[in-house]
Design a protein around this ligand. Structure first.
Ligand code: SF4
Length: 467
């Protein structure tokens, strides 16, 4: 049998979760481990934690899930007063390389710093070339490694971590939510548009937590305080929380897809509950694209809250019609082409006893290349569905993402250059409809929100994309 790495999945894929904790007297490595497990949906290829004890930083990282990389013995060795951690999904650099695992450690005048990054930086080839000309050596080939070099050099030049980060932020372009650890403090900062999320929480005993999502705060027992603002640098250390604003972009551009798909439903992003946003998407879509049907089913996991919302608003009963296997990773054994084509059956399985003979409304989060939708619809008919009406709670994905999300290229996106009817025919369902962009805006906070990135729907990129 041949072991192959699965080709790019037919979905938008998240690109990392970051977590930091400053809590002298507590088991910071285990708290970071818990936080990373809560963020595991954002990346499953590698995991790492660096711990600072006031004098030094020690780091353990490897390919694999958090529970595979860390055991009790490793955790016992990672005592300290602060920790920073990372789970990785590769959009840059080798998928399963230990070198690409984060945190990235750098040494500045005999003192170490550790950096973790969620997002994608633009223009790093030129930066890498100029750093190499100055003698820098790169092991991982990732944009995050370039950022680590840029920041380390800026800190050395400035003689201050905070000032070094500021100067590096003037150079770095693209999407980044980062946490930098010294042996004594954490620094959390976000790009000027606030594209990728980052929030701060407080532990009951007075420590601080930083996480990509609030579900990471919850598992560490921290209460949500606020989000890190675009262009802000927040220091967490002995003096508590010290924040310094920066030059934010005129308009915020938080990734709207966090609400649709990436974030866990129990998270709150920029003050908006992800679960409630998904439920509202379903309700709004039921008004925008009503249909006569017997049951509403969601494609798990992200389609489920939206299906509940569609069912509540339409009066059509919700049914549990598709079971998801959560243990299928990106790498698996696919001995034949036929098996590769049916790969989706490893992940999703319809329940014939629930759907046979029924006219179904099927709620999914998005259509990227469309092959998953096509196979799923075929499986539902095979399981006895009388009709399949596909309802998608994001607008048509017509443009690739350059900000930390793994998408297909434009020519691979089903919606690029096709009408809804052409897509429906290719997928093979009875009807197909997408939520409108205006409807999605209302679902995720409407006018209360300060602005989203929605470039994968509109092609209007907040940061100029690479040519
Ligand atoms: S292009 Fe789409 S997926 Fe990428 S950051 Fe913007 S909204 Fe999110």
């Amino acid at each position: 049998m041949e072991t192959v790495v699965c080709e790019m999945p037919d979905a938008l894929e998240e690109a990392c979760g970051v977590f930091g904790v400053y809590a002298p007297g507590e088991d910071v490595a285990r708290l970071a481990g818990f936080g990373l497990q809560a963020l595991q949906h954002r990346g499953q290829e590698s995991a790492g934690i660096a711990v600072g004890d006031g004098e030094t930083l020690r780091c353990h990282k490897d390919v694999g899930l958090v529970t595979q990389v860390f055991d009790d013995a490793v955790m016992e060795e990672l005592g300290g007063l602060l920790a920073v951690g990372h789970v990785r999904y590769s959009t840059s650099g080798a998928a399963s390389s230990r070198d690409a695992a984060q945190p990235h450690l750098s040494t500045i005048d005999a003192e170490s710093i550790a950096l973790v990054h969620n997002g994608t930086l633009l223009g790093t080839e030129a930066l890498r070339a100029s750093l190499e000309a100055e003698g820098a050596v790169f092991a991982a080939g990732t944009d995050s490694e370039v950022a680590a070099h840029v920041i380390a050099r800026a800190v050395r030049r400035a003689g201050s971590v905070r000032e070094g980060i500021r100067q590096a932020m003037d150079v770095l372009e693209g999407a980044y939510a980062m946490i930098l650890a010294t042996p004594r403090a954490l620094y959390a900062f976000r790009d000027p548009h606030g594209i990728r999320p980052l929030c701060i929480g407080r532990l009951p005993e007075g420590g601080w937590v930083v996480s990509s999502e609030t579900c990471g705060l919850d598992i560490a027992g921290a209460a949500y305080v606020r989000d890190v603002e675009p262009a802000e640098v927040v220091r967490l250390g002995r003096e508590g929380l010290v924040a310094e604003s920066g030059r934010a972009a005129p308009r915020r551009a938080s990734c709207i897809f966090e609400y649709v798909y990436f974030a866990r439903p129990d998270s709150i992003i920029d003050g908006q509950s992800v679960y409630q946003a998904r439920r509202a998407m379903g309700a709004i879509l039921s008004a925008e694209a009503p249909v006569q049907a017997d049951a509403v089913i969601g494609v798990p996991d992200s389609g489920t809250p939206a299906a509940v919302g569609y069912a509540e608003a339409s009066g059509i009963p919700y049914a549990f019609g598709i079971v998801k296997n959560h243990y299928v990773g990106r790498t698996f054994i696919q001995p034949t082409q036929a098996m590769r084509e049916r790969g989706i059956t490893l992940k999703l399985n319809p329940l014939p006893s629930v759907i046979a003979g029924k006219r179904l409304v099927v709620i999914d989060d998005s259509i990227v290349r469309g092959s998953t939708s096509r196979q799923l619809v075929s499986m539902l008919y095979e399981a006895g569905a009388a009709e399949v009406h596909l309802r998608i709670v994001s607008p048509e994905v017509r443009w690739p993402c350059f900000y930390g999300i793994d998408t297909a290229t434009r020519d691979q996106l089903l919606a690029a250059g096709r009408t809804t009817e052409e897509m429906r025919r290719w997928i093979g369902c009875d009807s197909l409809a997408f939520i409108s962009l205006e409807g999605l805006h209302r679902a995720v906070g409407g006018a209360r929100h300060q602005g989203w990135c929605e470039a994968c729907f509109t092609g209007s990129y907040p940061v100029p994309r690479p040519l």
